[in-house]
Design a protein around this ligand. Structure first.
Ligand code: DAH
Length: 318
């Protein structure tokens, strides 16, 4: 019981004593009553003071670094735990590292972009339904948190155009955070990561692209893989493909268990033209795929939502 509660109890006891007045002879009652009132006033004064003191304590600034173990002695040192790199960032470094060993430059994508880079520069015709395929968020100013890392293609082509004049290819990968207005579930997140690849030269072919992608996935999963492609549709590539790998046995896959890993294709002549590159002289290919999915397969994770959750039990496993 704290001081205030004790005082309130005393006050109650005193009030009970008042009932005794009836048993006293009349000439003693006045004296008894006066005595009782004096005591009561003293307690009321103390209660008032105790209430004020409590308020003063509440108004004191709080030392958030103070030891707050309730029943434990204060330790010699405060227990500390250092944070660590997020597993997605560790994996993104591995992804980018593999491409760097193949000679690709790395540029990070933006987290806020615009209509032009999201759609127009990528050969999405105005009002074309393909735009609806990307459920983008929009800011009040009309800017777009990018729904794919392809928003960087136009910038990469323009910034590296000079390579071509010097007889060198354009070879760049773009890791980045992307955002979609998705219904979130175990396989869909509103925020995730992608890595884009862009390659342009005089004489590159789709065979080169498939070679690079196979090499990448075999390095990432540290084993030989079966790959497969099927036709796809993206306005910025022609032809467009969906690239699949057979889920390795070591990761719980069965024969014929093909997983779609990314979209890819030969860069559409219009996309090169818009960036000021002559499509009759140069060819290119590009690809883009989710990092989260890649990592989930590697570690056998069943729920994409862990990555953005900040769940410490999950993060400590890495
Ligand atoms: N940006 C596409 C997506 O997120 C994937 C993609 C397809 C990227 C084809 C490419 C590409 O660079 O050539 O759905």
């Amino acid at each position: 019981m704290n001081n205030l509660e004790e005082l309130k109890q005393e006050l109650k006891d005193l009030n009970l004593q008042a009932a005794k007045m009836r048993d006293l002879p009349p000439e003693k009652r006045a004296e008894f009553g006066r005595d009782l009132n004096r005591k009561k006033q003293t307690i009321l004064d103390k209660i008032e003071a105790a209430k004020k003191a409590e308020l003063d304590i509440a108004a004191e600034p709080i030392d958030v670094t103070a030891w707050c173990g309730v029943n434990e002695p204060m330790p010699e040192f405060y227990p500390t735990e250092l944070g660590s790199k997020h597993p997605l960032m560790t994996e993104l470094d591995r992804v980018v590292g593999i491409y760097q060993l193949m000679g690709f430059d790395v540029i990070e994508s933006r987290q806020l972009d615009d209509e032009y880079h999201m759609f127009d520069s990528l050969n999405f015709p105005k009002e074309h339904p393909a735009r609806d395929g990307y459920d983008t968020f929009r800011t009040e100013e009309g800017l777009i948190p990018p729904a794919h890392t392809s928003t960087m293609q136009h910038r990469v082509l323009k910034a590296y155009k000079n390579n071509l004049d010097l007889g060198k290819p354009i070879a760049v990968v773009v890791p980045g955070r992307v955002f979609r207005n998705e219904d979130v579930d175990a396989t869909h997140e509103h925020t995730f990561y992608q890595c884009e690849g862009v390659y342009v030269s005089k004489d590159c072919t789709m065979g080169d692209m498939l070679g690079i992608l196979r090499e990448f996935f075999e390095k990432y999963y540290e084993q030989k893989l079966n790959i497969r492609t099927q036709p796809g549709y993206f306005p910025f590539t022609e032809p467009s493909l969906e690239f699949m790998i057979e889920k390795p046995k070591s990761l719980g896959g069965k024969k014929g268990d093909f997983l779609e890993m990314l979209g890819c294709g030969m860069i559409h002549p219009n996309v090169l033209k818009i960036a000021g590159i002559d499509p009759t002289k140069y060819h290119g290919f590009a690809w883009g795929g989710g990092i989260d999915r890649l990592v989930m397969l590697r570690y056998g994770l069943g729920d994409v939502r862990y990555f953005e959750s900040g769940n410490l039990n999950f993060l400590r496993e890495f």
